[in-house]
Design a protein around this ligand. Structure first.
Ligand SMILES: Nc1nc2c(ncn2[C@@H]2O[C@H](COP(=O)(O)OP(=O)(O)OP(=O)(O)O)[C@@H](O)[C@H]2O)c(=O)[nH]1
Ligand SMILES: [Mg+2]
Length: 453
């Protein structure tokens, strides 16, 4: 293992809380911590036994603290190095004081994500697993936690490893064919390699297919609420969120700017976008708002086209209808608590719901309808969903290399050349798990992690 200097950081959020954790990792981690602690139960001559929780007094520069010290001896630790965790009382000052004392005793402050980066560099964790950890920490919904956990659990790593092993076998097969030209099995070998490449392609495409749902899980499905003024768009936003986020009045043109807010339904994140009511207007501010409303129609995954059931349809409704009819639209017939005056025959939409934003009747049905419309529950149940842009890109690159290899075989290239293509593919697959990634990429990925992780 490469000798690296010892790093320290606070791993818990800064603020009042039950406990705070300061982590120290590196060859000298235990020696540095030992300078400042006295074990309270000194049966073993102040000896710190790995993986045992020791109650200790920590003598910080300007105060004393009672804490729990746990030592993980290399290589059996998160980072693969000697690692000490000091669990102190929560709050801003205590953990900071302990950290400061350690920094003045030979440790240096860890960079963002440096503990996990060391885990990666020491072979404890692959890049996709590390990204899984980060996805879990940043998750805003349970489906993101699940997807992150599956990465951490090695679902992607295992798949990549199997594909790489397949390639290794093919390379060995080519080697044999080249070593024994008298057996005349080149053509047969090429054909076998081609068929195996088709299998690998299928596997990669299956993984890639999950990324549509994966990105929806990560970024949230964008739902634009559109309609003419006063039909109850902002009321619908508030009803879906279950709190008063948007201003509601009976004045037409109340909403001027685009408002965004997130909600989670069935463990999946949705981003609601309330927009200004679309109509002809001479008011310059309102015009700008309306322009944004029209733009959001094009950028949303789902459109809730809201009409008011208590009044007759107008030209404004029909104009908006034309703009949303070729999109993924749900017709929302609002204000059903009032007597109906609307003739819906002019509005033909595959998905339609009648509700009242005021009484909240059928609001949950709308949430379910949106969910069913955009979430592929089969993918959601599967144990591997790709949510990460870098991983998606790496899989795409592997598919490009694979295509290149296939083309080579079709052109009757020699087995020598085919073996070069297979090697390239093997390396590109390695970028998914990080085994063949360059330092610059690795540094960039870990710099997005938080300090202390
Ligand atoms: N009876 C009844 N009134 C509603 C319902 N939904 C909204 N309203 C009323 O309709 C009026 C307009 O509601 P908003 O939510 O501000 O309408 P909007 O579509 O956002 O209007 P703009 O922002 O002007 O485009 C308010 O007085 C609401 O209380 C409903 O389901 N039933
Ligand atoms: Mg509004």
């Amino acid at each position: 293992m490469v000798k690296r200097n010892t790093i320290a950081a606070i791993s818990t959020p800064i603020g009042a809380g039950g406990i705070g954790i300061v982590r120290v990792s590196g060859d000298d981690a235990l020696d540095i911590v030992k300078k400042h602690i006295v074990l309270l139960n000194n049966k073993n001559n102040n000896e710190i036994i790995p993986r045992m929780a020791h109650l200790a007094t920590f003598n910080a520069e300007n105060f004393k603290e009672q804490c729990i010290v746990i030592f993980f001896k290399n290589p059996n630790s998160y980072t693969g190095e000697n690692l000490v965790e000091i669990q102190c009382h929560g709050g801003v000052t205590i953990a900071n004081g302990i950290l400061k004392t350690l920094l003045n005793s030979g440790a240096r402050l860890a960079e963002a994500g440096e503990f996990t980066k060391r885990a990666f560099l020491n072979g404890k964790i692959s890049l996709d697993k590390a990204e899984g950890v980060m996805d879990m920490i940043n998750a805003e919904s349970e489906s993101e936690v699940k997807a992150g956990y599956n990465l951490l659990n090695g679902e992607l790593s295992k798949k990549v490893k199997t594909l790489q092993d397949n390639l290794t076998n093919l390379l060995a097969e080519i080697e044999v064919a080249l070593d024994y030209p008298e057996h005349d099995i080149e053509e047969q070998t090429s054909e076998h390699v081609y068929n195996e490449l088709l299998n690998i392609e299928k596997e990669l495409n299956n993984v890639l297919k999950t990324s549509k749902t994966g990105l929806q899980i990560k970024n949230g499905t964008r739902i634009a609420i559109v309609g003419k003024p006063n039909v109850g768009k902002s009321s619908l936003m508030n009803a879906l969120l279950n709190f008063d986020r948007a201003i509601v009045t009976n004045i037409q043109g109340t909403t001027r700017d685009v408002l965004e807010e997130t909600y989670v339904y069935n463990g999946v994140k949705f981003v609601l976008i309330d927009t200004a009511g679309v109509r002809e207007s001479t008011d310059i501010i309102e015009q700008m708002g309306i322009e944004k409303s029209l733009k959001s129609i094009n950028s949303a995954d789902v459109i809730l086209f809201v009409v008011d059931s208590s009044s007759e349809l107008t030209k404004e409704d029909l104009d908006i209808c034309n703009k949303v009819s070729d999109k993924n639209t749900i017709l929302v017939v609002n204000k059903t608590d009032l007597p109906s005056k609307i003739d819906l025959s002019k509005l033909q939409f595959k998905h339609q719901i009648k509700l009242s934003a005021l009484t909240k009747a059928n609001i949950d049905d709308l949430k379910q309808l949106i969910y069913n419309l955009v979430i592929n529950s089969e993918v959601l149940q599967s144990n591997l969903i790709i949510t990460n842009e870098r991983q998606i890109e790496a899989i795409r690159n592997a598919l490009t290399d694979l295509n290149y290899a296939k083309e080579g075989i079709k052109l009757n290239n020699s087995l020598d050349l085919i073996s070069i293509d297979l090697n390239n593919l093997w390396n590109t697959l390695g970028e998914i798990t990080g085994t063949t990634s360059n330092e610059e990429i690795i540094n960039k990925i870990f710099s997005n992690f938080c300090v202390g992780k």
